[in-house]
Design a protein around this ligand. Structure first.
Ligand code: ADP
Ligand code: MG
Length: 468
């Protein structure tokens, strides 16, 4: 029995729903407070994926909620697994008690030789991106079916599985669903899920630090290797060479490889022929734009996940108006949720039309998409989208990237998290920093201010009529 007053937990959840509705999900209902001891509120999650996600993405909001509700300095700690009767609690250097949990299956020992960055670069899985939350449709049927097959029999069904298609069409979602599907049934499986960018960064670092043995040990000893946006490998000769050997090693020992890309293997420019042919050895599946029925189903799925009550006519309206991709559909749901919560109103056509029509930060137009911004910025600065989404920190890339983020924040409905995610998996603090940098520079440097203003005008000219 938890030694915590159920009313306290209810208040914390109510606070989150009121103040931080954008992070709240239906599955939060399953979170269970364990105890409140020594200023630490421990909360049990259903699995390790939820635990890591909450701990890394939602901790600030939970801490704030716990502190506001209790009026005391309370820290929240998410845990998962079966709790032992004797929970040992010791102090870690940051002063937060360390909780010992015995997982159902003991985790494998960590590789002592791996540089710690390997684990840091491993991407956090988002519990939302599961098969249950994925809407299959004619636009993604093969990719979906193959992903399910791979998750149930990794290394046997389709190897490699190569999913390709445009932005916001569910590639990352499927990759993460595969990882979660495997972990659900075989929690012991060693999965390495990284962005192509992280792969290349680690490679370069290991070359520089003469740690190639560690690099190979890390990448060639996993059961499942999942790399998102593999098209970034184009133009990187040495990374391609290394990846070729990694691929061969894993493939020959029947380990599963899953890749996503913005283009089919043969259409990725500057990719070696031997890699193209290997990528085609297994199954190549394309995801395309969702049709009307799928858009309706995606809108429903997204609103259910956020426990939102959205009338059918609103869903139909949005599915008609937004025909680009699932990311935009989700963006609309998030905007509407924000408006409804802020104004304490329920969701109806009137609210939705206001929310969708609302000029963004003084603009007469509301249909600016990320694509408009990217087109304008990449053309103006002569950079590629892949540079903007990469980890590169050269000024020739950081400046246009910061301008993109600034424009995206000003002209679109996307949240800081979404913008950061799009521009290379950066977090919301990076986006905030970018926005401040652009503001500060505009004040100091009139030329720069003119450039930004010019881009803003170009984007507005490119934009069509308001959505409603
Ligand atoms: P990509 O990697 O192809 O650019 P993502 O996988 O990041 O796209 O998808 C963008 C957003 O749209 C995510 O929030 C994802 O959950 C959602 N999404 C895409 N396709 C679907 C789908 N078929 N069903 C449910 N959600 C989807
Ligand atoms: Mg993606």
């Amino acid at each position: 029995m938890p030694n915590i007053d159920p009313a306290l937990w209810r208040d914390i959840m109510a606070y989150l729903r009121k103040r931080h509705s954008s992070i709240c999900r239906q599955w939060f209902e399953e979170l269970e407070p364990i105890d409140l001891k020594g200023g630490l509120l421990r909360v049990n999650t259903s699995n390790g994926v939820q635990e890591k996600y909450l701990q890394s993405k939602c901790l600030d909001q939970f801490n704030e909620a716990a502190q506001s509700v209790t009026g005391a300095l309370i820290g929240v700690r998410f845990v998962s697994g079966r709790l032992t009767a004797d929970k040992s609690v010791s102090e870690d250097p940051k002063g937060l008690p360390e909780v010992t949990i015995t997982a159902k299956t003991p985790p494998r020992p960590r590789r002592s030789s791996s540089p710690s960055d390997f684990d840091a670069e491993q991407m956090v899985l988002i519990p939302d991106n599961s098969f249950e939350n994925f809407v299959p449709g004619p636009n993604n049927q093969l990719a979906y079916a193959a992903s399910v097959a791979v998750a149930s029999e990794p290394g046997t069904a389709y190897n490699p599985l190569f999913i390709h298609g445009g932005v916001g069409l569910g590639k990352t979602h499927l990759l993460q669903a595969i990882c979660q599907g495997i972990l659900n049934t075989k929690p012991d499986t060693e999965i390495l899920y990284v962005s192509c960018d992280a792969y290349m960064n680690q490679f370069i670092e290991c070359v520089q630090n003469k740690q190639m043995n560690e690099f190979r040990d890390r990448y060639r000893n996993v059961d499942v290797l999942v790399i998102d946006d593999i098209h970034f490998l184009a133009n990187r000769d040495r990374s391609q060479e290394e990846f070729f050997h990694t691929f061969n090693d894993l493939y020959q020992s029947n380990r599963q490889i899953v890749l996503s890309s913005d283009a089919a293997p043969g259409d990725i420019s500057d990719l070696e022929d031997r890699l193209i042919s290997r990528f085609q050895w297994g199954l190549t599946a394309e995801v395309t734009k969702p049709g009307y029925e799928t858009r309706v189903a995606i809108l429903r799925a997204k609103s259910e996940l956020r426990s939102m009550d959205v009338p059918d006519e609103v869903i139909a309206y949005l599915a008609t108006k937004i025909d680009s991709n699932a990311r935009e559909l989700e963006g609309a749901i998030v905007t509407i949720q924000g408006h409804a919560n802020l104004q304490g109103r329920s969701i109806d056509m009137k609210l939705v039309q206001e929310a969708m029509r609302e000029p963004v930060a003084g603009s007469k137009h509301s249909q600016v998409t990320l694509q408009h911004i990217i087109d304008a910025v990449t053309e103006y600065f002569g950079v590629k989208l892949s540079d903007l989404q990469s980890r590169r920190r050269h000024k020739s890339v950081t400046e246009p990237r910061q301008v993109c983020m600034w424009l995206a924040r000003k002209r679109t409905r996307f949240s800081l998290e979404e913008i950061g995610g799009y521009f290379g998996g950066r977090d919301h603090t990076t986006v905030m920093h970018s926005i401040r940098t652009v503001d500060a520079k505009s004040k100091k440097d009139p030329n720069f201010a003119k450039q930004v203003q010019h881009l803003d005008e170009v984007i507005n000219q490119d934009t069509g009529a308001p959505i409603a």
